[in-house]
Design a protein around this ligand. Structure first.
Ligand code: GDP
Ligand code: MN
Length: 382
């Protein structure tokens, strides 16, 4: 008798692994080698406002400010706005002290009484910005000294609306998994950017044209993924949202609560893609030729599939295999399950499965808490 359940499960498994692999292969061979088609200039140094949102960052904020101070960028062109949401630790005091010791750089500290979340704080800070380019900068990030130049040179071309970075972990915490996970995603981010734009940005360094932020009414406050969502809306407006291959930053991976951290971030990504999906018919911008927007819609559709549907296809396949094994005594199903477990010894595969688990948990968790205001994971520099 044909084991129908097994065939369905196997097909779902093939789809689950096949689609991302095909996409990766396509992006890497077709998009990654493409030229940028952007007129950049490494001597382009516009005035820039860096917004640093802080909540209980006493341990790391001084390092963060030093790191920005050490950028090889003219200090008179940098404006720093630290927006603190009622931290009950030393954060504001440390910022004030730092500012008084570094009078040659313009720093504003805004103290909110109440914590209403990161995006809310960013929008509050936006009102005080005086530059045409605004960069958001999480405290747990370390930039290389040329990061500002690398990010800003792209804005010479009016076609560019937003620029973000690629990430690697600093060497503390469970770096192995994080690195494996990052590699695949970094390649995709660059390839998508070259094709047109990427729908995933990183708050550790995310630069935006302020006039576009204004048009959007600031960052979205109803979802957690302020960076990616804004970048995507900007791309849909007909401007490019890119992560260049030359702009790498380091972020601290928490030692404790790694999975909780990853699940919260997955929750935000899922919220972002669900919100984009709801805008079923997206207006095609007049500004741009249809081809580029079309490519971006394809990128979006695949990323939506990968984040919202693909993990569930794996879950269903596993459930079917379990039923087939336990109820129908299927030997093929049992062997497939055992093979799946054995493969967990391969790092790349384990990293992938972990990510699927995070996305599924995230979607479920979103039903009762969107984590717009979240518990921070403790992070420390090496
Ligand atoms: P992660 O990078 O995803 O782990 O998120 P973090 O907890 O590190 O937060 C990212 C940045 O936003 C950090 O600089 C935080 O201090 C800051 N942040 C988080 N929540 C709030 C908030 O409610 N208000 C403000 N102003 N900043 C916040
Ligand atoms: Mn961070």
């Amino acid at each position: 008798m044909i084991d129908l359940l097994f065939i369905v499960a196997l097909t779902l498994t093939e789809i689950h692994f096949g689609v991302p692999l095909m996409y990766y292969w396509y992006a890497k061979t077709k998009w990654l080698p493409k030229p940028w088609n952007i007129k950049t200039d490494k001597n382009y140094t516009p005035k820039v406002t860096i917004i640093i949102p802080t909540y209980r960052e006493a341990k790391l904020i001084e390092n963060r400010l030093d790191n920005i101070y050490n950028q090889n960028y003219p200090k008179e062109l940098i404006e720093i706005i630290v927006i603190d949401s009622g931290s009950d630790d030393e954060t504001p005091v440390i910022v004030e002290k730092w500012a008084s010791k570094h009078k040659n750089i313009n720093l504003k500290l805004i103290k909110e009484k109440e914590r209403k979340g990161k995006a809310n704080a960013l929008n509050h800070a936006l009102k005080y910005t005086t530059s045409n380019i605004v960069i958001t900068a999480d405290v747990d990030a370390t930039w290389p000294s040329n990061a500002l130049r690398e990010a800003l040179r792209w804005f010479r071309d009016p076609a560019v609306g937003a620029v973000s970075c690629l990430k690697g972990p600093t060497h503390s915490g469970p770096v192995g998994v994080e690195e494996g996970y990052r590699h695949y995603y970094n390649i995709l981010r660059i390839a998508e950017s070259k094709a047109y734009s990427t729908p995933i940005f990183h708050g550790e360094l995310a630069a935006f044209r302020k006039k576009l932020l204004k048009k959007l009414g600031g960052f979205p406050t109803d979802i957690g993924s302020d960076d990616s969502h804004t970048a995507t809306l900007i791309a849909l407006m007909g401007y490019r949202s890119i992560t260049p291959e030359t702009l790498w930053i380091k972020e601290i991976v928490p030692r404790k609560g790694y999975h909780a951290w990853r699940i919260r971030r997955a929750q935000h990504l899922v919220q972002h893609f669900q919100k984009i999906l709801k805008k079923a018919i997206i207006k095609t911008s007049k500004r741009n030729n249809g081809e580029a927007i079309k490519t971006f819609k394809t990128i979006l559709a695949i990323e939506e599939y990968l984040h919202l549907a693909n993990p569930w296809i794996l879950a269903i396949a596993i459930i079917l295999l379990l039923i087939d094994t336990l109820v129908f005594n299927s030997f093929s199903a049992l062997i497939t399950l055992l093979l799946g477990l054995t493969l967990l010894s391969i790092k790349k595969y384990r990293v992938w499965i972990t990510q699927q688990f995070h996305l599924i948990t995230a979607t479920l968790k979103n039903a009762w808490s969107k984590e717009i205001i979240w518990n921070k994971q403790a992070k420390q520099l090496d």
